[in-house]
Design a protein around this ligand. Structure first.
Ligand SMILES: O=P(O)(O)OC[C@H]1O[C@H](OP(=O)(O)OP(=O)(O)O)[C@H](O)[C@@H]1O
Ligand SMILES: Nc1nc2[nH]cnc2c(=O)[nH]1
Length: 188
Protein backbone atom coordinates (compact mmCIF):
# COMPACT_ATOMS: atom_id res chain seq x y z
CA UNK A 1 0.00 0.00 0.00
CA UNK A 2 1.36 3.49 -0.85
CA UNK A 3 1.87 6.12 1.88
CA UNK A 4 -1.05 8.13 0.47
CA UNK A 5 -3.35 5.07 0.59
CA UNK A 6 -2.29 4.29 4.17
CA UNK A 7 -3.00 7.88 5.21
CA UNK A 8 -6.37 7.87 3.47
CA UNK A 9 -7.31 4.63 5.27
CA UNK A 10 -6.21 6.01 8.64
CA UNK A 11 -8.18 9.23 8.12
CA UNK A 12 -11.32 7.33 7.10
CA UNK A 13 -10.97 4.99 10.09
CA UNK A 14 -10.58 7.91 12.51
CA UNK A 15 -13.72 9.57 11.12
CA UNK A 16 -15.72 6.29 11.13
CA UNK A 17 -14.76 5.36 14.69
CA UNK A 18 -14.96 8.86 16.19
CA UNK A 19 -17.31 9.61 19.06
CA UNK A 20 -19.68 12.48 18.21
CA UNK A 21 -19.65 14.84 21.21
CA UNK A 22 -21.70 17.63 19.59
CA UNK A 23 -23.69 17.21 16.38
CA UNK A 24 -23.52 19.77 13.59
CA UNK A 25 -26.96 21.10 14.65
CA UNK A 26 -25.91 21.41 18.28
CA UNK A 27 -22.81 23.33 17.24
CA UNK A 28 -24.84 25.78 15.13
CA UNK A 29 -27.35 26.29 17.95
CA UNK A 30 -24.56 27.00 20.46
CA UNK A 31 -22.87 29.48 18.10
CA UNK A 32 -26.16 31.32 17.53
CA UNK A 33 -26.68 31.63 21.29
CA UNK A 34 -23.12 32.82 21.84
CA UNK A 35 -23.49 35.43 19.11
CA UNK A 36 -26.21 37.20 21.11
CA UNK A 37 -23.88 37.48 24.12
CA UNK A 38 -20.99 38.78 22.00
CA UNK A 39 -23.22 41.30 20.22
CA UNK A 40 -24.50 42.57 23.55
CA UNK A 41 -21.01 42.84 25.06
CA UNK A 42 -19.74 44.97 22.14
CA UNK A 43 -22.81 47.14 21.69
CA UNK A 44 -21.66 50.72 20.97
CA UNK A 45 -18.08 49.62 20.22
CA UNK A 46 -16.06 49.01 17.07
CA UNK A 47 -14.01 45.92 17.93
CA UNK A 48 -11.39 44.16 15.89
CA UNK A 49 -11.86 40.42 15.77
CA UNK A 50 -8.65 38.41 15.52
CA UNK A 51 -9.20 34.91 14.16
CA UNK A 52 -6.52 32.45 15.24
CA UNK A 53 -5.56 30.46 12.16
CA UNK A 54 -5.88 27.70 11.25
CA UNK A 55 -8.27 26.22 13.78
CA UNK A 56 -10.38 29.33 14.44
CA UNK A 57 -11.39 29.97 10.85
CA UNK A 58 -14.59 27.91 10.62
CA UNK A 59 -15.95 28.97 14.00
CA UNK A 60 -15.10 32.61 13.24
CA UNK A 61 -16.92 32.45 9.90
CA UNK A 62 -20.03 30.97 11.52
CA UNK A 63 -19.96 33.43 14.41
CA UNK A 64 -19.29 36.61 12.49
CA UNK A 65 -22.38 36.30 10.28
CA UNK A 66 -24.47 36.52 13.43
CA UNK A 67 -22.76 39.50 15.07
CA UNK A 68 -24.83 42.64 14.64
CA UNK A 69 -22.01 45.14 15.24
CA UNK A 70 -19.55 47.02 13.01
CA UNK A 71 -16.68 44.61 13.16
CA UNK A 72 -13.20 44.74 11.66
CA UNK A 73 -11.79 41.32 10.88
CA UNK A 74 -8.13 40.37 10.98
CA UNK A 75 -6.23 37.19 11.71
CA UNK A 76 -3.05 35.80 13.16
CA UNK A 77 -1.46 32.41 12.90
CA UNK A 78 -0.01 30.92 16.04
CA UNK A 79 0.46 27.21 16.48
CA UNK A 80 1.90 24.93 19.11
CA UNK A 81 0.62 21.56 17.92
CA UNK A 82 1.81 21.85 14.28
CA UNK A 83 -0.24 18.88 13.10
CA UNK A 84 0.64 16.77 16.16
CA UNK A 85 -1.76 15.70 18.91
CA UNK A 86 0.35 17.08 21.77
CA UNK A 87 1.55 20.68 22.04
CA UNK A 88 4.94 22.39 22.35
CA UNK A 89 5.91 26.08 22.47
CA UNK A 90 3.69 28.64 20.77
CA UNK A 91 5.12 29.46 17.35
CA UNK A 92 4.05 32.74 15.71
CA UNK A 93 3.67 32.22 11.98
CA UNK A 94 1.74 35.41 11.08
CA UNK A 95 1.16 38.44 13.33
CA UNK A 96 -1.98 40.63 12.96
CA UNK A 97 -1.86 43.33 10.31
CA UNK A 98 -4.24 45.74 12.09
CA UNK A 99 -2.81 48.15 14.64
CA UNK A 100 -4.22 47.07 17.98
CA UNK A 101 -3.30 50.19 19.98
CA UNK A 102 -6.41 51.55 21.69
CA UNK A 103 -8.66 48.88 20.15
CA UNK A 104 -11.17 46.50 21.70
CA UNK A 105 -9.80 43.13 20.60
CA UNK A 106 -11.82 39.93 20.42
CA UNK A 107 -9.67 36.82 19.92
CA UNK A 108 -11.57 33.96 18.31
CA UNK A 109 -10.28 30.38 18.34
CA UNK A 110 -11.63 26.87 18.06
CA UNK A 111 -10.44 25.43 21.36
CA UNK A 112 -9.22 26.32 24.82
CA UNK A 113 -7.27 23.25 25.85
CA UNK A 114 -4.30 23.98 28.15
CA UNK A 115 -4.69 27.67 27.27
CA UNK A 116 -1.04 28.38 26.48
CA UNK A 117 -1.94 29.62 23.00
CA UNK A 118 -4.61 32.06 24.15
CA UNK A 119 -2.48 33.41 27.01
CA UNK A 120 0.37 34.09 24.62
CA UNK A 121 -1.95 35.89 22.18
CA UNK A 122 -3.55 37.95 24.99
CA UNK A 123 -0.07 39.05 26.11
CA UNK A 124 0.87 40.04 22.55
CA UNK A 125 -2.32 42.13 22.13
CA UNK A 126 -1.77 43.88 25.48
CA UNK A 127 1.86 44.56 24.58
CA UNK A 128 0.56 46.36 21.46
CA UNK A 129 -1.58 48.61 23.65
CA UNK A 130 -5.06 47.13 23.06
CA UNK A 131 -7.75 48.96 25.09
CA UNK A 132 -9.40 45.64 25.98
CA UNK A 133 -8.78 42.02 25.10
CA UNK A 134 -11.45 39.32 25.29
CA UNK A 135 -11.38 35.71 24.16
CA UNK A 136 -14.05 33.63 22.46
CA UNK A 137 -13.79 29.89 21.86
CA UNK A 138 -16.00 27.23 20.36
CA UNK A 139 -14.94 24.54 22.83
CA UNK A 140 -13.48 24.49 26.32
CA UNK A 141 -11.89 21.10 26.98
CA UNK A 142 -12.60 19.94 30.54
CA UNK A 143 -9.52 18.85 32.52
CA UNK A 144 -7.25 20.08 35.31
CA UNK A 145 -4.20 20.84 33.15
CA UNK A 146 -5.05 24.50 32.40
CA UNK A 147 -2.06 26.85 32.17
CA UNK A 148 -3.66 28.84 35.03
CA UNK A 149 -6.11 27.20 37.45
CA UNK A 150 -9.71 28.02 36.48
CA UNK A 151 -8.66 29.57 33.16
CA UNK A 152 -11.75 30.35 31.05
CA UNK A 153 -12.46 32.26 27.86
CA UNK A 154 -14.74 35.29 28.14
CA UNK A 155 -17.15 33.60 25.71
CA UNK A 156 -17.46 29.81 25.32
CA UNK A 157 -19.94 28.04 23.05
CA UNK A 158 -19.54 24.46 24.27
CA UNK A 159 -17.66 22.25 26.74
CA UNK A 160 -16.11 18.95 25.70
CA UNK A 161 -14.66 15.98 27.51
CA UNK A 162 -10.93 15.36 27.64
CA UNK A 163 -10.33 13.65 24.29
CA UNK A 164 -8.34 14.73 21.27
CA UNK A 165 -11.02 16.54 19.25
CA UNK A 166 -11.53 17.25 15.57
CA UNK A 167 -14.14 18.95 13.41
CA UNK A 168 -15.34 22.58 13.10
CA UNK A 169 -11.79 23.78 12.44
CA UNK A 170 -9.99 21.35 14.72
CA UNK A 171 -7.73 18.97 12.88
CA UNK A 172 -6.63 15.38 13.10
CA UNK A 173 -3.05 15.42 11.74
CA UNK A 174 -3.97 18.40 9.56
CA UNK A 175 -7.18 16.82 8.21
CA UNK A 176 -10.90 16.76 9.03
CA UNK A 177 -11.15 20.44 10.02
CA UNK A 178 -14.10 20.36 7.64
CA UNK A 179 -16.14 17.85 9.69
CA UNK A 180 -19.32 19.72 10.74
CA UNK A 181 -19.70 18.57 14.36
CA UNK A 182 -17.25 18.04 17.21
CA UNK A 183 -15.75 14.57 17.43
CA UNK A 184 -13.40 12.71 19.77
CA UNK A 185 -10.68 10.50 18.33
CA UNK A 186 -11.21 6.97 19.60
CA UNK A 187 -8.06 5.69 21.29
CA UNK A 188 -6.88 2.15 20.53
O1 LIG B 1 -5.05 25.68 24.63
P1 LIG B 1 -3.85 25.10 23.93
O2 LIG B 1 -3.42 23.80 24.55
O3 LIG B 1 -2.73 26.06 23.78
O4 LIG B 1 -4.32 24.65 22.48
C1 LIG B 1 -5.22 25.39 21.70
C2 LIG B 1 -4.66 25.69 20.35
O5 LIG B 1 -4.31 24.48 19.68
C3 LIG B 1 -4.83 24.52 18.36
O6 LIG B 1 -3.95 25.14 17.48
P2 LIG B 1 -2.74 24.37 16.81
O7 LIG B 1 -1.48 24.70 17.52
O8 LIG B 1 -3.08 22.91 16.68
O9 LIG B 1 -2.67 25.03 15.39
P3 LIG B 1 -3.85 25.04 14.28
O10 LIG B 1 -4.84 26.09 14.70
O11 LIG B 1 -3.14 25.43 13.03
O12 LIG B 1 -4.47 23.68 14.23
C4 LIG B 1 -6.09 25.36 18.49
O13 LIG B 1 -6.47 25.92 17.25
C5 LIG B 1 -5.70 26.39 19.51
O14 LIG B 1 -5.16 27.55 18.90
N1 LIG C 1 -7.47 19.44 16.76
C1 LIG C 1 -7.20 19.71 18.03
N2 LIG C 1 -6.36 20.70 18.34
C2 LIG C 1 -6.13 20.92 19.63
N3 LIG C 1 -5.33 21.82 20.22
C3 LIG C 1 -5.43 21.64 21.53
N4 LIG C 1 -6.25 20.62 21.83
C4 LIG C 1 -6.72 20.16 20.66
C5 LIG C 1 -7.61 19.11 20.31
O1 LIG C 1 -8.18 18.38 21.13
N5 LIG C 1 -7.82 18.94 18.98
Amino acid sequence: MSIAEELQQELMRVRREAIELHSADQVQEAIAKLAFAVTEAYSGKVPVMLTVMNGGMIFAAELVKRLDIPLEMDYLHASRYLGETSGGDVEWIVTPNASLAGRDVLIVDDILDVGTTLLSIIDACKAQGAASVKTCVLVDKQHDRKAKPGLKADFTALDAADYYLFGMGMDYKGFWRNAPGIYAVKEH
